[in-house]
Ligand binder design. Structure first.
Ligand code: MCN
Length: 792
């Protein structure tokens, strides 16, 4: 029943009312009876031995309930923070997986490493007492920059990881790539930095732990994207309590961008501390604390080589990447620069041979894990920069070079040489759409107009592919995942026909309360106002895997479809009884069960009522009630793709870059809600422009995070962004029942290379051929000076 409220309708977000009137309920809003507060003492050193911890003065301070150290954590038998993915080295051995104690034991390994937890009656008291904790450190040599950490003789983060190597992994056929390079007419080379970024969700992380001694039960309220995963890891590895005695609630969550997927030490520690002090314990990160304790993203150094024939056809790609893991392995860290990166290196192109080597390196920095895009932005950036360089070196138009190498529209399903099989796509269509929207034909006129104003104008394009809804479980298990990657849904049809959906997906800004309800409208014909979507509470929802990797519509939505199929099947049996017809003759459409070819029908609400008041009912063969659950394990990823085109103006005097036009065309399959899809694209674009021009976690040589606040870490603001023009061209996904692909990360993946390609296009007349992200004014100014012989 596509229409006013179903699939394709731009209905307003149901959840927004509570946010707009300031009534969202976030973790920090929850004040439990007897609430106490936790504050962490964190390491000021990047690497140091802990000689002693003096807690007496803090313990005696007003309001203090406990001062807890790593030794107490270990003495109480709590586990270390586990990693959820194991990578195998080239030689078949497994990666180095050092312990990750919840509170430091003996040594600290990055600035911000938690050392002591102080619990007090009031937050201010806990803060003041934290100042009184006396930790005696013996500073040790530290290394934070990726290149330095990988260099011979670098200080070691872990004795068991010589050379700081966590793993040394590869993918693809090296011999085939060598052969391709041997017959190439041209080889294009590039060294690239993919800058380290901080996730910076509006709501900092928070956790409120409550141990109920009467019930012997723990409840954790936390800013999580996947409460069941947190419960699983708490139950099995860290708190070590059977899951039926653990409830994890992720209430309203103000953004995550990947950083709230992981199980963090603070979640374990507030629960444990609550048991020790007999009161709920709440911790909420300060913004500067978030910079030092939320997992960061990206941080790659890569060398890439593309082999082409004389006509510009791609023959082979060779990539060598160093990826920073930080000091400890975060939950999904090893998967990001491997299976979410190297598998994407074919992009939307036919590249017959690809070989990638990835070394993951420990450093004395905050752990690195998924941030919006997670591996896929790094792949798309590398490939799209390389394609532009090839076009320039070979004198082929960059749009034309892309067209020449696209996977042909009639070649799907298309098997890449790096494991993935793309189900559908039409890369020419999205390219045409974006170029039309930005009026590419008339770029020269706009460039001349900018020049007249003393500005250099550049055009940049990227054609990207993404893989969302990582699956199926058996495959990811074989690749090292220690979790399944399905999703769950329960559909409860209430007696009067309204519907409550319980989903394992988690919404922290994506609008699931609206789009999932639209799926119910579509399938069951129930009005939107009659649908409620419940998520985020392990006591209420079925076991689910949560939200990341733009999986919710494709995997969570499909689980919901599966559960609704069961509702319809049962409803047909009930309706057949009520209509005195055979089940085979009863059809369901537009919210009505109808005997085929007649006008005899029963409304959805009537059938629901009969299920709960089964007076006239096929009780011998059909159970009362109308509630069904389903788990959906996808057959494949979904593959959103598209074209992002931008224009920038560069001020050659100051180096300031302004993005002045951005037109994107994405293929996200069937669109459930065009307004939400647009909003997701807008957010992703802002994120991508942020990485390209402004954002970077900069560590100094002592391992201090020099950009550890919004004074020095530059986030994009509205005035930095142009009006976005968005377009869609759908090739429906062939293997999920909705035909949907993911949208939540597209902007962060497609736009950074488009922006840098545009900056380089603008600077080409001045002789600049390379710049790394973020293209800050200083970096641009220096690049211009260097190209013109002015030195750096
Ligand atoms: N949707 C749709 N039609 C499609 C695809 C999706 O209408 N063809 C809708 C979905 O139903 C959902 C939204 O668009 O309401 C995003 O869907 P999807 O692409 O499935 O992504 P997820 O819901 O799984 O969200 C995860 C994704 C990721 S990985 C990051 S990171 C990210 C993002 O979403 N973090 C966000 N968008 C974010 N948006 C906000 N506001 N806050 C974050 O932290």
């Amino acid at each position: 029943m596509s229409g006013r409220e179903g699939i394709g309708a731009a209905v307003e977000r149901k959840e927004d009312r509570r946010f707009l009137v300031g009534k969202g309920r976030y973790t920090d809003d929850l004040q439990l009876p007897g609430q106490s507060f936790g504050v962490f003492v964190r390491s000021p050193h990047a690497h140091a031995a802990i000689r002693s911890i003096g807690v007496e003065r803090a313990a005696g301070a007003p309001g203090v309930l406990a001062v807890l150290t790593g030794e107490q954590v270990a003495a109480d038998g709590l586990g270390t923070i586990p990693c959820g993915w194991q990578i195998k080295n080239k030689d078949g051995s497994v990666m180095v997986e050092p312990p990750h104690p919840a509170l430091a034991l003996g040594k600290v390994r990055h600035v911000g490493d938690p050392v002591v937890l102080v619990v007090a009656e009031a937050r201010a008291q806990a803060r003041e007492a934290a100042q009184l904790v006396e930790v005696e450190y013996e500073p040790l040599p530290a290394v934070s920059h990726l290149g330095a950490a990988a260099a011979a003789g670098a200080p070691l983060v872990w004795d068991e990881a010589p050379g700081n190597v966590c793993f040394d992994w590869h993918l693809g056929d090296a011999a085939a790539v060598d052969a391709a390079f041997a017959r190439a007419a041209r080889v294009v080379r590039l060294d690239l930095v993919n800058n380290r970024v901080a996730p910076n969700a509006i709501e900092p992380r928070a956790a409120n732990g409550h141990y109920d001694a009467v019930e012997d039960r723990y409840t954790l309220y936390t800013t999580s994207q996947n409460p069941h995963l947190t419960r699983l890891l708490l139950g099995a590895f860290t708190l070590k309590v059977p899951e039926h005695r653990l409830r994890v609630v992720a209430p309203d969550v103000g953004g995550g961008f990947g950083s709230k997927i992981f199980h963090y030490a603070e979640e374990l520690l507030v629960l444990w501390a609550s048991r020790r002090v007999g009161r709920p314990v709440k911790w909420t990160a300060e913004r500067s604390e978030a910079f030092l304790s939320d997992a960061h993203g990206r941080d790659h150094l890569s060398h890439a080589e593309l082999a082409l024939d004389a006509g510009g056809k791609f023959l082979g790609l060779r990539v060598r990447t160093l990826a920073n893991m930080g000091a400890y392995l975060s939950t999904f860290a090893p998967a990001i620069p491997t299976y979410l990166y190297a598998t994407l290196l074919s992009g939307p192109y036919v590249i017959p041979a690809i070989y990638a080597e990835v070394q993951a390196i420990f450093s004395h920095t905050v752990p690195v894990d998924a941030v919006r895009g997670a591996g896929r932005p790094e792949a798309s950036y590398l490939l799209e920069r390389l394609v532009d360089r090839a076009a320039r070196e070979m004198g082929i138009d960059r749009v034309e070079l892309r067209r020449r190498n696209f996977v042909p529209t009639d070649a799907f399903p298309y098997q890449t040489p790096v494991a993935l099989q793309y189900d559908t796509g039409d890369y020419h269509a999205t390219l045409d759409l974006a170029l039309g929207a930005i009026d590419y034909e008339r770029f020269a006129e706009r460039r001349a107009a900018s020049e007249a104003r003393g500005k250099l104008r550049g055009f940049g394009v990227s054609t990207y592919i993404e893989a969302c809804g990582i699956a199926p479980s058996a495959l990811v298990g074989a690749l090292g995942a220690r979790a399944g990657l399905y999703e769950s849904a329960t559909v409860r049809v209430n007696p009067t026909g309204s519907v409550t959906v319980f989903t394992g997906s988690h919404s922290h800004g994506q609008g699931h309360e609206t789009t999932f309800a639209q799926l119910v409208v579509e399938k069951l014909g129930v009005p939107l106002a009659q649908v409620e979507v419940v998520h985020g509470d392990t006591d209420r929802i079925p076991f689910g895997m949560g939200t990341y990797g733009s999986r919710s519509a494709a995997v969570g939505g499909s689980a919901l479809y599966k559960a609704m199929d069961k509702i319809v099947e049962k409803g047909r049996k009930i309706a057949a009884h009520l209509l005195e017809a055979s089940v085979a003759d009863v059809e369901f459409a537009d919210g009505k069960f109808r005997v085929a070819g007649t006008d005899r029908e029963k409304g959805f609400g009537e059938v629901a009522f009969a299920a709960y008041v089964p007076h006239n009912y096929p009780i011998e063969t059909v159970e009362p009630g109308l509630e069904e659950s389903a788990f959906y394990d996808p057959k494949n990823f979904t593959f959103p793709a598209g074209c992002h085109a931008v224009e920038v103006e560069v001020d050659p005097e100051t180096g300031v870059v302004q993005v002045v036009e951005a037109a994107i065309a994405d293929d996200v399959g069937v669109v459930i809600n065009p307004m939400i899809v647009d909003g997701q694209a807008h957010g992703g674009l802002a994120h991508g422009i942020g990485q390209a021009l402004y954002e970077e976690c900069v560590y100094d040589s002592d391992g201090q995070l020099a950009s550890g606040s919004f004074m020095s870490y530059c986030m994009p603001r509205a005035a930095d962004l142009p009006m976005f023009r968005t377009g869609n061209h759908a090739t429906p996904c062939t293997h999920n029942p909705i035909g949907v692909k993911g949208v939540g990360e597209v902007g962060a993946i497609g736009v950074p290379p488009a922006v840098i390609n545009a900056v380089l296009d603008a600077l080409a007349p001045l002789g600049v051929t390379h710049i790394d992200m973020p293209a800050t004014p200083e970096k641009v100014w220096r690049a211009v000076r260097a190209a013109q012989g002015g030195g750096r």
